[in-house]
Design a protein around this ligand. Structure first.
Ligand SMILES: Cc1ncc(COP(=O)(O)O)c(C=O)c1O
Length: 392
């Protein structure tokens, strides 16, 4: 394949298909769906998404600026904490600005309510709530875990001054189906239903984590739940802000075998991609990516096929290992490998650790054409460190 290596390759046709499915759900449920930039933020791919989605969910001033400059439409911002300077940037850009605690809202209420966009109604503000309803298996991704710092717990509501707020926001799911949303909505009603029933609260943001584009996702239930929620509380707006759903199964990380050698009982294959710098979730979550060769033939668990290798990255970290995989035929130096499903939460989390070459960004167009939209060089490394490019 005539692309740089390593490279993230994003399939625009698959991206468009996911977004079109989200648009169908949006129309059927009469809700709004925005894309969470934290999961995937490649502006060169945004034209495919803009057509179908209502805007972006931003986690602070930088993502909000990216959304404003490159996506447009609505910008729903929610961060665990803001500074006054953050709000100077966010107030002119956001259409919805959600606060993580009554304390944050009270600290900045005057600044927000004095802003012309708040006064004109172009900007609405809400409170992120913690409905205390854990539905996922992994505490790392559970904003309702004991001691959570994400969202206002029910017991703080009694004394809170919520004057000026008109929305509630919860985000509690991660790669989950709509039955978990159903349970969550019951918990929201139990703890915060009195707020949603009052005429003050006009919008509800149901966060992300809805795996809407997966084949086994129960979209009919989601649509029913959204419709019921409108009626239950007489709301103006219901928002969903999934990130993964738009990009799941749309991107690969293409790598090249740089070296092969035996180490103890194992065969090591050294690649030009790093677990720690380019796929940190492989180590953090942890998880094992699906893998194929460039011709599409699959790799499998160690020992499944005849030729097993430990795939490692080029950094200095001893544990920079992606995993042990077996192949039907021996690997050769120069072979291309494709790590699957790398668009969501992978491209956005890469680092320049150890000066390891950063993967390029490549778009795969519907006609099969591959377009490299970004390559990384020493100058990017230097720029991060605040020193001039190499002019030698
Ligand atoms: C507040 C908020 N909204 C939306 C999302 C997007 O979630 P996902 O990509 O799982 O759909 C996240 C993910 O962490 C989040 O924290």
């Amino acid at each position: 394949m005539d692309t740089p290596s390593p490279a993230f390759i994003i399939d625009l046709e698959k991206l468009a298909a996911n977004c079109a499915l989200l648009a169908e759900v949006k129309a059927a449920a009469s809700c709004h769906i925005v894309h969470a930039l934290k999961a995937f933020a490649l502006p060169q791919a945004f034209p495919v998404m803009q057509e179908h989605l209502d805007g972006c969910c931003a986690s602070g001033p930088w993502e909000a600026q990216l959304a404003h400059l490159h996506f447009g439409k609505h910008i729903l911002t929610c961060a665990p904490a803001y500074t006054s300077a953050d709000l100077d940037t966010l107030l002119p850009l956001s259409t919805h600005l959600d606060f993580n605690s009554p304390g944050q809202w009270n600290r900045f209420r005057d600044q927000v309510m004095a802003h012309p966009r708040f006064q004109s109604g172009e900007l609405r503000c809400g409170l992120r709530i913690n409905p205390r309803c854990s539905t996922g298996p992994n505490p790392l991704y559970d904003p309702c875990a004991p001691g959570s710092r994400l969202g206002c717990p029910p017991e703080l509501i009694g004394e809170a001054n919520l004057e000026g707020l008109s929305g509630l926001h919860f985000h509690t799911l991660c790669e989950q189906n709509s039955d978990d949303l159903e349970r969550t909505l019951e918990a929201v009603d139990q703890h915060f239903g009195h707020l949603l029933r009052s005429p003050q609260f006009r919008y509800l943001n149901m966060g992300g984590g809805h795996w809407i584009t997966k084949p086994d996702y129960d979209r009919d239930l989601l649509i029913r739940l959204v419709r019921q929620t409108y009626q239950r509380y007489d709301l103006d707006e219901i928002w969903l802000e999934p990130g993964e759903a738009a990009v799941v199964h749309t991107g690969i990380l293409a790598a090249t075998v740089l070296d092969l050698f035996p180490s103890g009982d194992l065969q090591v294959a050294l690649l030009d991609v790093s677990a720690t710098a380019h796929m940190p979730d492989v180590l953090e979550m942890p998880y094992r990516p699906d893998l194929t060769r460039a011709d599409g033939s699959p790799a499998a668990d160690p020992g499944h096929y005849e030729h097993t290798y430990r795939l490692g990255g080029p950094s200095c970290l001893a544990g920079d290992v992606i995993g042990d995989f077996s192949f039907q035929s021996p690997l050769q130096i120069g072979d291309r490998l494709h790590f699957q499903d790398m668009a969501q939460y992978t491209m956005v989390k890469t680092t320049l650790f150890n000066g390891v070459r950063h993967p390029a960004y490549v778009l795969k167009h519907p006609d099969g054409r591959l377009e490299t939209v970004r390559e990384f060089h020493y100058d990017d490394f230097a720029s991060k460190l605040g020193v001039p490019p190499n002019t030698i």
